[in-house]
Design a protein around this ligand. Structure first.
Ligand SMILES: *[C@@H]1O[C@H](CO)[C@@H](O)[C@H](O)[C@H]1NC(C)=O
Ligand SMILES: *[C@@H]1O[C@H](CO)[C@@H](O)[C@H](O)[C@H]1NC(C)=O
Length: 335
């Protein structure tokens, strides 16, 4: 009698402790790591596009066409999306046709049929985040690789994709009429602390020649949204400490290159995927401001063991700005 009475309770305790073990494990788990092979000569080429999904309008289709051309010329290995993938409010669910109308049927060039490593922007958080993250979308279009935060290891370069939307206070404090899908993010403080720890560990453990961090929000920008103070405060010190080469973002609907007088990190904004021409550019330190373009376009990056090269293009595929740097030989001497 006693045994049959206690058994269900034991079972409940057992299941409960499993839940605790699993949730404790997932909150401190390492970021998911994907492997992206480099070319046979060890180099890697890719395009970066941000703030795009508008069913082809606001020059989205023209930008897509030029991405196809440049992607072909550079023989790109993949595409990076800096977020705000679907306007105005992300995807409504797995069956939202915006996925086809703004992605599959827009970026149709053969050179763009590569993995699209994608983060979420604040507009994506206004829809069903679970839908954008679902592996079901990969079944609809196998290029789609969207996660909150993750690592792509491409041999000579490590990419760290960081979910930046939950850092921004105003989405929580003054959401105005917008409803954000914070499932999986709360409690916010725990989520952000774990994320910062994971980013720091991943960068510290990286042995690649080059380190690139990607997020939706700006750290430094002369554009409409300016600097994101929460990221300057919490993320930037980690990027400095780990000698990150590039921070790449969208959010401001422009193309932009800002350097740092006090570190080697370069801030690259590629948010010209569709609607642009906002017209409110701010003055930054002229020593750091390298390039600002208020219109549509995208960015390409070519990386070899010895060199990293960035080029910005407009809606006609014309080169607007380019910049390159070489891998510091000091590291070879040090080892
Ligand atoms: C499309 O691009 C052209 C060239 O940059 C620009 O003049 C035009 O205003 C753009 N259209 C829209 C809707 O942004
Ligand atoms: C890199 O930049 C330097 C200096 O601007 C230039 O001389 C060199 O040709 C560039 N290299 C490539 C491969 O573009």
């Amino acid at each position: 009698m006693a045994a049959t009475k206690y058994r269900p309770i034991n079972l409940i305790f057992y299941v409960y402790s499993l839940i605790i073990i699993f949730s404790a494990h997932s909150s401190t788990a390492e970021l998911q790591r994907l492997l992206q092979p480099a070319k046979p000569d060890g180099s890697v080429s890719f395009l970066v596009i941000g703030d795009w999904g508008r069913r082809g309008s606001y020059n989205q289709s023209q930008v897509a066409l030029q991405m196809g051309e440049i992607g072909d010329k550079l023989d790109i290995d993949f595409v990076i999306s800096t977020g705000d993938n679907f306007y105005d409010n992300g995807l409504t669910g797995l069956h939202d046709l915006a996925f086809q109308d703004s992605f599959t049927n827009i970026y149709t060039a053969p050179s763009l049929q590569k993995p699209w490593y994608t983060v979420l922007g604040n507009h994506d958080y206004r829809g069903d985040v679970g839908a954008q993250l679902s592996p079901m979308l990969k079944a609809l279009d196998n290029r789609w690789v969207c996660m909150r935060s993750f690592i792509v290891n491409a041999e000579i370069v490590d990419f760290l994709f960081v979910d930046t939307t939950p850092f921004v206070d105003k989405y929580f404090i003054q959401p105005n009429k917008h409803v954000y899908d914070w499932r999986g993010v709360l409690p916010r403080h725990t989520y952000l602390n774990n994320l910062l720890k994971e980013v720091d560990v991943a960068l510290r453990e990286s042995s690649a020649n080059w380190k690139i961090v990607i997020g939706h929000h700006t750290i430094k920008s002369a554009g409409h949204h300016r600097n994101t103070v929460e990221l300057e405060k919490h993320l930037l010190p980690i990027l400095h400490a780990n000698e990150v080469d590039l921070y790449v973002n969208g959010h401001d609907h422009c193309l932009e290159h800002i350097s740092s007088v006090d570190s080697k990190i370069q801030f690259m904004t590629s948010g010209g995927g569709s609607k642009a021409w906002k017209g409110d550019v701010n003055k930054l330190d002229p020593e750091e401001m390298r390039f600002y373009y208020d219109g549509q376009g995208f960015m390409s990056v070519h990386i070899s063991e010895a060199e990293l090269r960035v080029v910005f293009y407009d809606v006609y595929g014309h080169v607007l700005h380019h910049w390159n740097t070489s891998y510091k030989e000091a590291l070879y001497f040090a080892s």
